[in-house]
Ligand binder design. Sequence first.
Ligand code: ZN
Length: 202
Amino acid sequence: MIKQFAAVSVLFWLFVTIVSTIANGRPSVVVIDPGHGGIDRGGIPGLRLAEKDLTLDTAKRLSRILRARSNIKVVMTRDEDTFVSLPARTAIANRYAGANAVFVSIHYNASLREGAYGIETYYNNRRAYRLAVLVHPRAIQAADSRERGIRHRGFRVLRSNRLPAILVECGFMTNRAEAGRIQSARYRERIATAIADGLLQY
Ligand code: ZN
């Protein structure tokens, strides 16, 4: 009886190990998508801060950190201040479907309510949810900000994406205190590091 139990335990342990090894296979490719760009400034009209610059800066930091800490292939949907349509962004992502790739879109939030602040993470499917769970709390901690939820929403860049895809709203440009922090390179470096930490745990 004990022998049987031991054999079942060993089998179960083997099963768990194999499944978790497969599930935790680090992505081979990370497609980083800096939100907006070119004629699309992002944010809301009248904002002094240009979301497109903040997203590009954060994305470049994330790319550098991933390259330094892993041999993951990093692909950027844009690496300068150019307009890239949403279908073009997902087309870049979908080239890596089946290549153990994930997609991370970087955004900064804006609200007509000045009091709104914090971090939101959106995802497109179950595998992306697992990635969101790894990235979201780390981003909140890095930003020292408020948790505003992990949400499923049909943003086009997520919806037509065949990769597990998340979109991280890295703080509100319309909240005075948060906007102040967002403007510091240190904040954006911390956010990028947090996202990289989450990706490397995936
Ligand atoms: Zn945005």
